[in-house]
Design a protein around this ligand. Structure first.
Ligand code: PEP
Ligand code: MG
Length: 318
């Protein structure tokens, strides 16, 4: 089966009955974009730019960042790049950007909150992304957004850059979206969806914060299952809110490459799955195994259950 999946890796990602779902790659390194394309990626759905910053001893300057991002956009050759702005704090330390000692770093200064304390770093990154993606489709997403106020604060900088940088020197096919990985943003998805261009659901953090289980906890992390019905309801709310406003939704957490979860996510209406590059042929093969109607039935079944074990047992039996 793996050999078949590899053989068919460049086929367009779709269900057996032809329902399109984009399959993209999660990357931590722009040098790996070419390899992702070789594995059948239809784009990059999550570029974790904090890894790029970690490779330097201080924040990379504008020219350095432009060169980095251009390596990805060149390799993608017209396929979309979804780049996440710096997501530092919590489980993602950056040595030269120390966060004050906190009792609860996962509930502390991190993600967009931290970025907004040094807007010049965020501004340079946004400028570099925009300038790297001339004539290329670019989607920029903000991590750990909890409500529309944080989105607006970042969008103010973004809008100013769009007016400052001449349009021939920057991306014009560009969207600004948010990650949905904090329960409040899923609950408020109807208000966020009016202002953002897209959502990408980070099921790793969304599961952690919904179930109150540390995603890296040595004993508990196995219980941090994104197929928990509480998480699935938040995903459903997010997708419904986005589609009501004509916006698209991706999933870029681990759940997107879970063979049992793929039909559930598609049945909930997810438009894009972003997974590690090596999983791309397998996720495409998984999509070819079911129809959209099957997927909707899986989603309905999963939502009717009370625990993640019940969800997995029911899907297995099906
Ligand atoms: C997530 O939280 O699901 C996600 C994709 O981001 P990260 O794993 O980098 O926190
Ligand atoms: Mg996350």
């Amino acid at each position: 089966r793996e050999a078949d999946a590899w053989e068919l890796r460049f086929e367009q990602a779709q269900t057996r009955d032809g329902h399109r779902v984009e399959v993209a790659a999660n990357l931590g390194n722009t040098a790996h974009a070419a390899d992702a394309v070789e594995r059948g990626a239809e784009g990059v759905g999550l570029l974790r730019t904090e890894f790029l910053f970690m490779a330097y001893s201080s924040a990379p300057d504008l020219a350095t960042q432009i060169a980095e991002y251009r390596e990805a956009t060149d390799a993608l050759d017209g396929r979309p790049l979804v780049a996440r702005t710096l997501d530092v704090g919590g489980d993602k330390p950056l040595p030269y950007w120390p966060v004050p000692q906190e009792d609860n770093p996962f509930l502390g200064l991190r993600g967009i909150r931290l970025a907004l304390t040094q807007p010049d770093v965020l501004e340079t990154q946004l400028r570099a992304l925009l300038m790297a993606a001339v004539n290329r489709p670019l989607r920029i997403m903000l991590p750990m957004v909890k409500d529309v106020a944080e989105f607006r604060a970042a969008k103010t900088i973004y809008d100013r850059l769009l007016s400052e940088i001449p349009s021939h020197e920057r991306a014009t096919d560009v969207q600004l979206g948010v990650m949905i990985e904090v329960p409040s943003s899923a609950l408020l998805a109807p208000t966020l969806a009016k202002e953002v261009d897209f959502f990408s659901i980070g099921t790793n953090d969304l599961t952690q914060y919904t179930l109150a289980i540390d995603r890296g906890h040595p004993e508990l992390s196995a219980q941090a299952d994104g197929l928990h019905p509480a998480v699935l309801r938040l995903i459903q709310m997010t997708v419904d809110a986005a589609h009501a406003q004509g916006k698209w939704v991706g999933v870029c957490g681990e759940l997107a490459s879970d063979a049992m979860a793929v039909p559930v996510l598609v049945g909930l209406g997810v438009d894009e799955l972003s997974v590690s590059a090596r999983q791309i042929p397998l996720v495409k093969a998984r999509l070819r195994e079911f129809d959209l109607a099957d997927a909707k039935a899986c989603a309905e079944l999963a939502l009717s259950k009370a625990t993640s074990d019940e969800v997995r047992d029911a899907l297995e039996a099906r």
